[in-house]
Design a binder for this molecule. Structure first.
Ligand SMILES: O=C(O)CCC(=O)C(=O)O
Length: 255
């Protein structure tokens, strides 16, 4: 569980990185699950939703918490579910999950955005938060997550839908807004780390990531969590259930 100080840091900065909280002996099992899901999906894309780079390699596997047991168990384990319960002051469910994989030299960018820049159109409030679990080294060279500290307090900035930069249609912050708000490169924090490190971040924090220019594949597993009573409602054309939950099972084990 987080200390008072850690909770205050999360509220102030909009994120908190915890080092080595996933036991080292769990990592091979998680990596194996990731690799076999990607290999399986080359043949049979049935359990999870696959998004590929324009050049072919997997970019993201969505909905990995539902059908892949080690990923289901991980988001219910204390190092993840404990802080999430503290963030919301109560119970939570998985709003969506994804393995964001960046293949060596080919994995492409995530343009600057706030998750709530588009999740707000799913009929939920902003009581949403994500946990990024590193399943291998995340470095500047391989395209680690980049966060703008404190930007979760800027409100929701103007977004537009980008359909050309990568293979994935993404809501991104308009460049004028970025120039107005991010005046100095020092405001950008690269979230580098090792397998087993976890970064929790607020759904309104401004973030993105670069191309993987390195010879190493990057593995980032992201769970987006919602407070248990924050369920999607009142949307005419809901997005598919691989990206917006229709099941609201609690991640907190009360036994
Ligand atoms: O995987 C990354 O590098 C960034 C992912 C991201 O920003 C997102 O999924 O919203």
């Amino acid at each position: 569980m987080w200390t008072e100080r850690q909770q205050a840091a999360y509220r102030e900065d909009g994120f908190l990185v915890q080092r080595g909280v996933i036991p080292k002996d769990k990592i091979p099992e998680l990596r194996l699950a990731a690799d076999s899901a990607m290999a399986k999906n080359a043949v049979n894309p049935s359990d999870v939703h696959v998004v590929r780079e324009k050049s072919g390699p997997v970019r993201s596997l969505f909905c990995v918490h539902r059908s892949i047991k080690p990923f289901y168990d991980l988001c219910r384990s204390e190092p993840i579910a404990g802080p999430v319960e503290q963030i919301f002051g109560g119970d939570a469910y998985v709003f969506h999950s994804k393995l964001n994989y960046k293949e060596s030299f080919e994995g492409t960018v995530w343009l600057w955005h706030q998750d709530y820049g588009y999740w707000r159109y799913d009929g939920v409030s902003n009581r949403l938060s994500s946990a990024l679990v590193m399943l291998g080294p995340n470095t500047r060279e391989n395209g680690c997550l980049l966060l703008v500290k404190g930007s979760h307090r800027w409100g929701v900035l103007d977004h537009y839908s980008d359909e050309v930069t990568t293979s994935y249609k993404q809501w991104c912050i308009v460049p004028e807004e970025l120039r107005e708000h991010i005046k100095d490169e020092a405001m950008i924090t690269p979230i580098e780390g090792e397998a087993g490190d976890v970064c929790f971040f607020d759904c309104q924090i401004v973030h993105g990531s670069n191309h993987n220019f390195s010879p190493a594949n990057r593995y980032s597993l992201i769970y987006a969590f919602a407070a248990i009573d924050n369920v999607p409602t009142g949307v005419d054309n809901p997005r598919p259930d691989w990206v917006v939950a229709r099941q609201f099972e609690s991640i907190i084990d009360r036994d």
